[in-house]
Design a protein around this ligand. Structure first.
Ligand SMILES: C[S@@+](CC[C@H](N)C(=O)[O-])C[C@H]1O[C@@H](n2cnc3c(N)ncnc32)[C@H](O)[C@@H]1O
Length: 247
């Protein structure tokens, strides 16, 4: 896998993700929402960009079958460790969403926690097309989109992320730019642990609601529903929209 890919999760960023969001850490109620939705559905669920299994492992524990896909071998290694730790099993594949091929038709494809916003805008049609090819006829896709409501260009946040006693990762998080034309934010993240340094060039793309509906319809999807903030009415600020659709 291409580790120069701009949004790639290497060993340090994957480790930080796992320690800060271990399996079962719900973000704004997303695990509760997906559990409720998926428990009603049969068949295998593809989690596109499974990460460390934050979401997948609690779903597996509810008896939902998960097929995991990620383009980061470091993340998948952590996912496999977490599966062992929780005594769970799931098939996984190391591949990129834009060109993966597996011989399975999924009843459901989920892409929670804004992972879709990590996909380079030039590749989203390939990813959606690939989802369509891997979706069962009556299948459904769930994609969370997040909005950069709190992004402030120029913000720099430096801190030590503790791993264990004297073991820590120095993190520098620099919010560099908000590109209104290309609809993307750019953040540079530097992780330093002893003599290892990892830089993550992190871009997140955002989409307007009508724009994304049109993208989905032009990609051959239909029955599009939108859920705000995982139905959590107490959350007054819009942060996440979940698009649910079929083909
Ligand atoms: C923000 S994490 C989310 C992990 C997990 N879904 C969750 O909800 O906690 C995004 C994950 O998507 C993966 N990812 C990003 N772009 C990808 C791509 N083009 N193909 C496959 N995986 C990708 C990353 O490696 C990372 O593990």
């Amino acid at each position: 896998m291409n580790k120069n890919n701009k949004n790639y999760y290497g060993s340090l960023s994957s480790l930080v993700y796992d320690i800060s969001k271990p399996p079962g850490t719900s973000i704004d109620g997303d695990i509760e929402f997906y559990t409720q939705e998926l428990i009603r559905r049969d068949g295998i669920v593809l989690e596109a960009g499974v990460g460390n299994g934050r979401m997948a492992i609690p779903l597996l524990r509810k008896g939902i079958s998960i097929f995991a896909l990620d383009n980061s071998s470091e993340m998948l290694e952590i996912y496999n460790k977490n599966l062992k730790k929780y005594n769970m099993q799931s098939d996984s594949v190391h591949a990129d969403l834009k060109d993966f091929k597996v011989d399975i038709k999924f009843e459901t494809i989920i892409m929670p926690n804004g992972s879709f916003c990590l996909i380079d805008r030039n590749h989203i049609l390939d990813v959606l097309n690939n989802f369509k090819n891997h979706l069962a006829d009556n299948g459904k896709v769930y994609i969370d989109l997040i909005f950069p409501t709190s992004f402030k260009p120029g913000n720099v946040h430096e801190f030590d992320f503790l791993i264990d006693n004297d073991d820590y990762i120095k993190i520098k998080n620099k919010s560099i730019s908000m590109n209104w034309i290309e609809q993307k934010t750019y953040t540079e993240l530097e992780y330093k642990r002893n003599s290892t340094t990892e830089i993550q060039h992190f871009s997140l793309w955002w989409y307007g609601v009508e724009e994304f509906k049109n993208i989905l319809m032009n990609s051959g999807f239909k029955d599009i529903h939108i859920i705000e903030n995982y139905n959590n009415v107490k959350n007054l600020n819009l942060k996440t929209l979940t698009f649910i659709f079929g083909k």
